[in-house]
Every structure is written in C-alpha cells, then in structure tokens.
Design a protein around this ligand. Structure first.
Ligand SMILES: Cc1cc2nc3c(=O)[nH]c(=O)nc-3n(C[C@H](O)[C@H](O)[C@H](O)COP(=O)(O)OP(=O)(O)OC[C@H]3O[C@@H](n4cnc5c(N)ncnc54)[C@H](O)[C@@H]3O)c2cc1C
Length: 588
C-alpha cells in the first residue's frame, strides 16, 4: 500500500519526489516506480477519492465542481476584455487531479499542433508518434486491457438527436465523418471516445488507471492532504553552477514538514506549479522582490505565456415532438432512478458529451475567412512593430498565422450538450451547442501574490486581449447558428434562446454578447513553457528547469503553444514521456 504517513515520509530519502498526484503526476510516478530499485514519493494536496461514485460514475461529471473536497476554487482576476468578469477556474484536487472531474472527452491533438512544439526548439517532441508511442493511451477496438493504463471506449448509446445534429453538420461542404478520433485526425465530425472502462462503464482516472493496480509496490509512496509550499534549493552564493533541489517543504494539518529526495518533479498543474517555483526563489526577480522572496534562479518566463481555450454556448429550444433525451432530466427523481438502474444493470448509461466537430475557419465560413486571416496578420504585424511582445512570442505568432491558413488544421470546435447550460431547465426541451477556440493569440499569467503558499496565486488569463480572438469567437457563434439553420436540425428547432434573435444579429451585437458570455474550458497551458531560455523558457526539452541540476516540471504547463484538442491526453503523454526521459537519464 503506497499511502504512507508524514512521519514515515520525512524519515526517508527518495530518488524522486513528485509534487502533485494528478493526471501527469500519477502517470509519471507509476512508470518511474516500475523499476523496483527506484523509490518514488508523490505529495498530493487533496484526498484519495478511491472507489468514489462521484468520480467513478461518468454521468456524475460536473456534479462536484463546487465541492472543495474534489476541486480547487480558483478564480481569475477581473477580465478587462470580458466586461470585468471574474471567471471560475476549477481544477481537480486529490489523487487523480483533474482526471477525476473532467468531462471525459478523449481525443488526440492534430499532428501539426504537436509538430509546432518541436519547431519552437524542442527536438524529440515529435508529433505523429507522440501519443502512439504509449499504447496504454491509445484506443484499441478490441478493448485490450492492460494493467496500469487508461481504457478508452465509445459511449454505449448515442443520443437520438446526435444523428439530427450530425446530419445537419454534414451538409456543410468538406465536413466528413471521422471514424476514430484517436487516430490523430480530428478534422471532421465524430462520435466522442471517452476515458470510460468498457468492462464496467466506470470513469478511468490517473488514480484508477495508473496508481490503483500498483498499490502493492513498496518503492512507490504517496502522501495525501499534504500541500507543497516550496522546493529547497542550494544557495546560489555557494553553488557555482546549477542549483540542486534537495527537499520539498509541505503543510500537513497546519504544520510544516520537509521530505528529502535526489530529484524533484513538479506536477501540480498550471496554477500551483508556478506559485511553488516563485516561493522557492525561481522566477522573475521583480515579482519575487514584490513578495519578499530571494532570487535563486532568474527565470522571467515562470508564470507567463498562459494560454487557454475559451468557449461560447448557443442554446436552442426544440419542438415538443423533437427527439431529445436531455441531461436536465436528471433533476427529475424518476428519470434519475431509471438512469441509475440502467447503469447498475451493467448496460451503461450515456456518459456525457457524445458528438464533436472540429473544423477550419475556411470550411466554417468560406466567405469571411480570407478577410479574418488578413486582419490577424495585420494585428500581429502591428504588435511586432510596437516592440512590446515578450521574447519568443513573435515566433509563436508566426506559427499560429501559418496554422490559421492551413485548412486541414481545425481552429473551431462544436460540441453538443443535451440540455441547458450552465443551469438545468427540465421543463423545456433544450440543446446547447458549445463553440470553442483552440489557438488563442491572447497570453496571460499566474503569479504568487504573497509568501503564503495557501493563498491562491493571481490568475490573469487576459482572455480576448487581441481583436483576432474576439473575431474568431464570434465565428463560432456564426457556425453554431449555421448548423442550427440547416436541415434536419432546422425543423427540430422551435427557437433560439441564446444569443437570441432578432436582438443579436450584427457582428457588433455578437461582439458585445461574446464579451458578456465567453468562458474558459479548463485547458490551461504554458505557464512554465518548454522553450529556449532566452525565449522565456522555463524548462528545456528534457523537462529540467533552467539553472537547476535536478528540478523538473512534467505537466501541461510546459506546453508552449496551444493545440486543437481536449487536454487530458497530452497531460498523460507528458507523464509517460517524462518517465522515459528520467529513466534514460538514469541509465546514461
Ligand atoms: C472541469 C474540467 C473539465 C475538463 N474536461 C476535459 C475533457 O473532457 N477532456 C479532456 O481531455 N480534458 C478535460 N479537461 C482538462 C484535463 O482534465 C486537464 O487539463 C488535465 O487533467 C490536467 O492534468 P495536470 O496533470 O496538468 O493537472 P491535474 O490533473 O489538475 O493535477 C494537478 C495535481 O496537483 C495537485 N496539487 C496542486 N497544488 C499542490 C500542492 N501545492 N501540493 C501538492 N499537490 C498539489 C492537485 O491537487 C492535483 O491533484 C477538463 C478539466 C476540467 C477542470
């Protein structure tokens, strides 16, 4: 049983201390501890959540989002370009992290997006093979069951309305059905695969997929309810070269403790990881000085380059005779009972999001795409001339502009939710279309505000701080409206509820509505980017923090440029790849 006490942990010395037992952290811990001579400690702030129906039953997704037992209650700063709104930023807390609370959508990013990571100075992060290199993360039509991996399956039933929406989408020229969205090509419309175990229809998380099958490994230790505060680094005055991480300080039941290790890997997610680095003296000297922390490693990229997927929703009321089984019915006790009985019988129950469409702007809106791309180029050119973009950002923008012109790389996503969002409305028959943006030009930041590790950092995603991001967002609304106005969906719809016709028609109306409605998808990346140091990088392609000899970062926040896919697959791949990197390093 890897769960150990604080007293046991503080008396030992570990080969690796992994801070954060979430999606990447548990994949990494499990892989590293395959070598029984390697001792691994995971330090996780939350609880275990083993065999918890709130996590395991897929259709419970969304139900714990306000429960601090499962979720960090992060919020953003007031967002000036979204009418000063403060947005919630939930993240999973406890073993499994965000894999416990996510919406179970499983897909693989397009190859071009992953290639862009390599182009930015990261040899070895090769696109096409990135996910395929890890068979435990690849969909297998025969549902091969491999110990210690994530099982992926398609939902047991699709919704009747799925076909209606899909048939409408397929009327758009050049949109095709994709049979296997895990194959690396997600440009088209597809039935959504999910991290649901086909044997028992339970959600597979980083905890149940990676950790639980290895609970007897004696070299794998896990501390829960221990919140890491900082990493203890050698003194720069005496180090002479790269600094050495020797220990992690954490809080358990209001007391501070220290655990020692030969290497430390940060996997505490995009919000907490930069905060822990700053409290350890790693970051921008100006920011560290503001909070009274001595500089150990001068790394201005810490907490910067934040990128996030944003989305807008449009809701439509269906005709009384239209086919729809909606989530809102879950508030009806009889429907809920029937759903639970169906689930308990082993027949499964609809797990959540079933249909997805990813398409390029030129397919969604051929009439306007050329002009929009031109305006994007002009905006980037003006930014370059202003001299204000931080080091390395223009290179990212150039890749983004190239990608915006690549019709095989999707920028827009439409996802269907059967019901009203975010508040249920069971008395009406509603469907909500989600329109998502995948390649934002806006960049934000996350920084510690005080030396108190338990006080949340200042989270400023700086959403929609470029005109092009607002423009692309309203293109999502136009696409969703186009789908709704196409047969056979058109005949099923009684009226548009949001944005609402005829009040919101012009681009000007849509921009104002978007500012009041845009939300974030919880796919934050970039806050400790894997980039060359002079381009605001924090880690090198071997995941090592610049200026350190044994401090690593291995979760989503190392990804320097956003990709068109939901994020969990990449988080798992980072954990797996980090294990490969650290293991081969050990063999050198
Ligand atoms: C509501 C929601 C819905 C989502 N839906 C989808 C989806 O449908 N499909 C998809 O692909 N992706 C989805 N995602 C995104 C995806 O789940 C995450 O991007 C991914 O799981 C993040 O993995 P991670 O390892 O970077 O972080 P996490 O899994 O969040 O792990 C970070 C871990 O670190 C721990 N931690 C934090 N601070 C400390 C500290 N100081 N000390 C110790 N431990 C600490 C946390 O408690 C957590 O366990 C969703 C995310 C959310 C939040």
């Amino acid at each position: 049983m890897p769960l150990i006490t604080v007293d046991e942990a503080t008396q030992k010395h570990f080969d690796y201390i992994i801070v954060g037992g979430g999606t990447s952290g548990l994949a990494l811990a499990t892989r590293l501890s395959e070598n029984l001579k390697t001792s691994v400690l995971v330090v996780e702030a939350g609880q275990g959540h083993f065999h918890d129906p709130k996590v395991d039953i897929p259709s419970n997704f969304g139900s714990v989002l306000n429960d601090p037992k499962y979720v960090w209650d992060f919020t953003t700063t007031e967002q000036p370009n979204l009418n000063g709104r403060v947005l919630p930023m939930p993240r999973g807390k406890g073993l499994g992290g965000s894999s416990n609370i996510n919406w179970l959508v499983w897909c693989k990013p397009p190859t071009a997006d992953i290639d862009a990571i390599e182009k930015l100075g990261n040899p070895g992060w090769i696109g096409g093979s990135m996910v395929d290199a890890y068979p435990g993360l690849t969909f297998n039509p025969e549902y091969r069951v491999a110990e210690g991996s994530i099982q992926i399956s398609f939902p047991p039933q699709s919704y009747t309305v799925d076909k209606v929406v899909r048939d409408a989408i397929l009327q758009i020229p050049n949109v095709e059905v994709i049979g296997d969205p895990t194959g690396g090509d997600i440009s088209g419309t597809w039935m959504c695969s999910a991290n649901v175990d086909p044997r028992n229809r339970e959600r597979i998380t980083a905890a149940s997929g990676y950790l639980l099958p290895h609970m007897k490994r004696e070299n794998l230790s896990v501390l829960t309810e221990c919140s890491a505060c900082r990493i203890l680094l050698s003194d720069p005055q005496h180090a002479g070269g790269d600094l050495t991480a020797s220990a992690v300080e954490f809080i358990y039941h209001e007391q501070r403790h220290v655990v020692h290790g030969s290497s430390v890997v940060l996997c505490a997610g995009p919000v907490k990881s930069p905060q822990i680095l700053e409290l350890s003296g790693v970051g921008n000297p100006r920011i560290l000085s503001d909070i009274g922390v001595d500089v150990k490693i001068d790394l201005p990229g810490v907490g910067e380059n934040l990128q996030e997927h944003t989305f807008l929703t449009t809701t439509f009321e269906l005709r009384p005779d239209a086919p729809v089984e909606c989530f809102d019915l879950f508030v009806d006790p009889d429907h809920r009972k029937l759903a639970e009985e169906t689930y308990a019988s082993g027949a499964g129950y609809r797990m959540g999001i079933t249909s997805q469409t990813f398409i390029h702007l030129s397919i969604a809106n051929p009439a306007e795409s050329g002009d929009i791309i031109l305006r994007a180029e002009q905006e980037v050119e003006a930014l370059k001339k202003s001299g204000s973009p931080p080091a390395g950002l223009c290179e990212q923008y150039d890749i983004q502009l190239d990608n915006l012109k690549n019709p095989s790389l999707p920028d827009q996503q439409v996802m269907i939710l059967y019901g009203s969002y975010p508040v249920p409305c069971p008395e009406k028959r509603l469907i909500t279309l989600f329109g998502g943006q995948h390649h934002p030009f806006s960049r934000g930041s996350i920084h510690a505000m005080t030396q108190d590790p338990l006080r949340h950092a200042r989270i400023d995603p700086n959403h929609i701080s470029t005109n092009i991001d607002l423009e692309l967002s309203i293109q999502d609304v136009k696409l969703m409206r186009k789908i709704a106005a196409t047969e056979p969906l058109k005949s099923a719809i009684l009226q548009e509820i949001t944005p609402g016709l005829p009040a919101c028609v012009s681009d000007k109306d849509l921009r104002e509505w978007a500012k009041a409605e845009i939300c974030a998808m919880c796919h934050t990346i970039g806050t400790c980017s894997m980039l060359p140091r002079e381009k605001n990088g924090v880690v090198d392609p071997y995941l090592k923090v610049y200026g350190s000899s044994n401090l690593y970062i291995a979760d989503l926040l190392i990804i320097p440029l956003h990709f068109a896919a939901h994020a969990q697959t990449v988080a798992y791949v980072i954990g797996e790849k980090a294990a490969d990197i650290l293991t081969s390093k050990g063999q050198e």
